[in-house]
Design a protein around this ligand. Sequence first.
Ligand SMILES: *[C@@H]1O[C@H](CO)[C@@H](O)[C@H](O)[C@H]1NC(C)=O
Ligand SMILES: *[C@@H]1O[C@H](CO)[C@@H](O)[C@H](O)[C@H]1NC(C)=O
Ligand SMILES: *[C@@H]1O[C@H](CO)[C@@H](O)[C@H](O)[C@H]1NC(C)=O
Ligand SMILES: *[C@@H]1O[C@H](CO)[C@@H](O)[C@H](O)[C@H]1NC(C)=O
Ligand SMILES: *[C@@H]1O[C@H](CO)[C@@H](O)[C@H](O)[C@H]1NC(C)=O
Length: 166
Amino acid sequence: MAISSNSIMLLLIVLTAAAVFPAAATDHIVGANRGWNPGINYTLWANNQTFYVGDLISFRYQKNQYNVFEVNRTGYDNCTTEGAIGNWSSGKDFILLGKAKRYYFICGNGQCFNGMKVSVLVHPLPPRRPPPSPPAIRPPLRPIAVSSETGPWVLGFLLLSWGRFG
Ligand SMILES: *[C@@H]1O[C@H](CO)[C@@H](O)[C@H](O)[C@H]1NC(C)=O
Ligand SMILES: *[C@@H]1O[C@H](CO)[C@@H](O)[C@H](O)[C@H]1NC(C)=O
Ligand SMILES: *[C@@H]1O[C@H](CO)[C@@H](O)[C@H](O)[C@H]1NC(C)=O
Ligand SMILES: *[C@@H]1O[C@H](CO)[C@@H](O)[C@H](O)[C@H]1NC(C)=O
Ligand SMILES: *[C@@H]1O[C@H](CO)[C@@H](O)[C@H](O)[C@H]1NC(C)=O
């Protein structure tokens, strides 16, 4: 026999993994279409999102007018950038949320006092993520069970196909 059941098992496992774990890190655009600007309550924005390790948070604003500093809780509460953990100023800054912890970002030019501060709690990856937006017509994803019941059946089907087309 040319093919081993082991290689078919491997194929099925790879296909199943691809179906069950689609690569889907979310980019959370701060303020959505209002961007990073004064006078917005970013607590309301953050409360409306769920952040997971590996997601991105991105700040969109007029370059040279505003900026972004990552600070700790003290910096966030007091709007101070002393001892900041990081800073960005491109106007379109993508920041990786690489750890399960609370992150604090503020604007460093005084506008923090006008609301340009945001704190987000990043959760560990759940065992299985819900798809970002389920398309209307697709049938529900179901993992392919590799069991002693389906194994021989699939093997038989593949052998039949190969006999016909191979
Ligand atoms: C933003 O909204 C939160 C939640 O409703 C509220 O607790 C907070 O006081 C608001 N912040 C400002 C600056 O209005
Ligand atoms: C919360 O998210 C929903 C769906 O994305 C959106 O329609 C709504 O405007 C958001 N609310 C706030 C306060 O951002
Ligand atoms: C900064 O905020 C903290 C609360 O997080 C407060 O205890 C502290 O007194 C503040 N420090 C200054 C210099 O305002
Ligand atoms: C935040 O960072 C500042 C400056 O490095 C430091 O003085 C302060 O103790 C830190 N606060 C916390 C809560 O870690
Ligand atoms: C911004 O970050 C860079 C390192 O990436 C650092 O050299 C610089 O001092 C920081 N600027 C401020 C104002 O903290």
